[in-house]
Design a protein around this ligand. Sequence first.
Ligand code: ATP
Ligand code: MG
Length: 286
Amino acid sequence: MFEAPMSPYLVPFDGSFRVSAASTTPVTDGHAHVRKHRKEATRNLNRLQRVLAAGDRHAVLLVFQAMDAAGKDSTIRAVMQGVDPSGCQVFSFKKPSSLELDHDFLWRTTCRLPERGRIGIFNRSQYEEVLVVRVHPLILGAQKLPDEVNLDTIWDERLQSIREQEEHLARNGTVILKFWLNVSKDEQKRRFLARLDDPDKNWKFEPRDVVERRHWDDYMNAYEQALIATSRPWAPWYAIPADNKPYMQARVAEIIIDALQKIGLRYPEPSAEDRDEFTKARAELS
Ligand code: ATP
Ligand code: MG
């Protein structure tokens, strides 16, 4: 099965991960890293995506989760630039619709999983169900759950469902990489203030984000529990420092490229029958 790319930001699989020990700033020389990787990354990813599509055996699922203003959108933009748009797809998951609430909590993301040969990106994901919903358990009231909710067990049960689904997907050819863009509370404040101060950024300002910020510690606790329960060799989490955007983007790109290189993608070899067909076609054409 798939082997997780190594990185200083890989969330260990043994339960030892602590948000308080996860850095929001680069732990390696930021500038050197960005210079070295930016040029090659786009070219590499574009090439790997073409082989992925030609092989049509694996799908790639990239999950992005973060606090507001951590840079999910700009990272997705930066990492995927230059990749054939027909080979990838991005879905953003906001508050569930009534149709989505009529189904189990994994339904809406399951419907949007990438097919073989494609890169699928989740901007927010099923993990919201153990993050925002855990921080605001009143949301459960709208979820039409059949049994009385037991707040002592529901989060572990949901994390188990997510973990088991990911293991199933990985066994069946989906390469899963999950990125928590770890922005500091101070940097988030600076970015919110920039949205208020810069007229070109005003449109991004969302008063609700400031209210959500009051629950910072609860979110950190929910992230810690989620990452501990679901970072596994077949579906690793990476806690990427997000205070320096170019560095964050370079590290995300590097992990994706490393993962695609590891699965040994190759253009499909023509069979003996294909070769016979080629010979006939060549004869007819010449
Ligand atoms: P941006 O602000 O960059 O447009 P965003 O992902 O923050 O992107 P918003 O529309 O601002 O998008 O926020 C989406 C909101 O929906 C978030 O607060 C998120 O927590 C919430 N959300 C996502 N999934 C669920 C869910 N399953 N249940 C309840 N709320 C959810
Ligand atoms: Mg938002």
